[in-house]
Design a protein around this ligand. Structure first.
Ligand code: PGA
Length: 241
């Protein structure tokens, strides 16, 4: 929940410009930006042919198609304005909007029905980790949030330990490796071709730590919050890829 129409389109333009100047980045990885919903149309308009490879997504969607759900934005609406992806179940949605994993599973179903790729966020809170329950929490979230019909093509998982989001703290490389391996194992039980599912790490990723985090086994990318508010730091992470 940051920025204005002007700053959102400027940020996109600066990121896109940086990518045009460093074309090898887009040869090596997919880049996705997920602005606030009200900024999606301006970002879409700002994206020209040179930037066509930069994907656009939203930060959440409704669990329903249409109707009397004041304030909600449906997967159909997102598709209609040109979104390709949607983040679902970010911890801030789980905490401030009390979205349960079951709610998230319903949203993912709708997003898949309308052809959006979902980035499903999972991750434990600090006390859950301290009590030794991190894997139980993540397993339960994965189980409930990934509906039947999830495939490596329509599903990306983001592991974001809640205590590492926006705090400057990152999980240790050992913890990240351990949890990503665990998620990979659990995906195997649920999906065919589970090794093709991308598992992102999120939580205080910045240019200085990106290369180390992205080098960890089963870390296939990053979900970036604070550092994506500046084109320079976002591109710094992209260069680390
Ligand atoms: P952060 O946020 O990079 O600022 O920790 C991550 C996120 O919002 O998912």
């Amino acid at each position: 929940m940051n920025g204005t129409l002007e700053s959102a389109s400027q940020l996109f333009e600066d990121i896109a410009q940086g990518l045009v100047q460093n074309p090898q980045i887009l040869d090596k990885c997919d880049m996705l930006v997920c602005p606030a919903s009200v900024h999606l149309p301006i970002v879409k308009q700002t994206r020209n042919e040179d930037h066509a490879k930069i994907l656009i997504g939203a930060q959440t969607c409704s669990f329903q198609d249409d109707g009397a759900y004041t304030g909600e934005i449906s997967a159909t609406m997102l598709k209609d304005i040109g979104c390709e992806y949607v983040i679902i179940g970010h911890s801030e949605r789980r905490i401030y909007h009390r979205e349960s994993s079951v709610d998230i599973g319903k949203k993912v179903t709708k997003a898949h029905e309308h052809g959006l790729v979902t980035i499903i966020c999972v991750g434990e809170k600090e006390d859950e980790r301290e009590e030794g329950g991190a894997k139980d929490v993540v397993e339960e979230q994965l189980h409930q949030s990934m509906p039947p019909g999830s495939t490596p093509e329509n599903t990306v998982i983001a592991y974001e330990p809640v205590w590492a989001i926006g705090t400057g703290k990152t999980a240790t490389p050992e913890d990240v490796e351990d949890m990503h391996a665990f998620i990979r194992e659990k995906l195997k039980e649920k999906l065919e071709d589970s090794e093709k599912v991308r598992i992102l790490y999120g939580g205080s990723v910045k240019p200085e730590n990106a290369a180390d985090l992205l080098n960890i086994k089963n870390v296939d990318g990053a979900l970036i919050g604070g550092a994506s508010l500046s084109a320079e730091s976002f591109l710094g992470i992209a260069k680390a890829v």
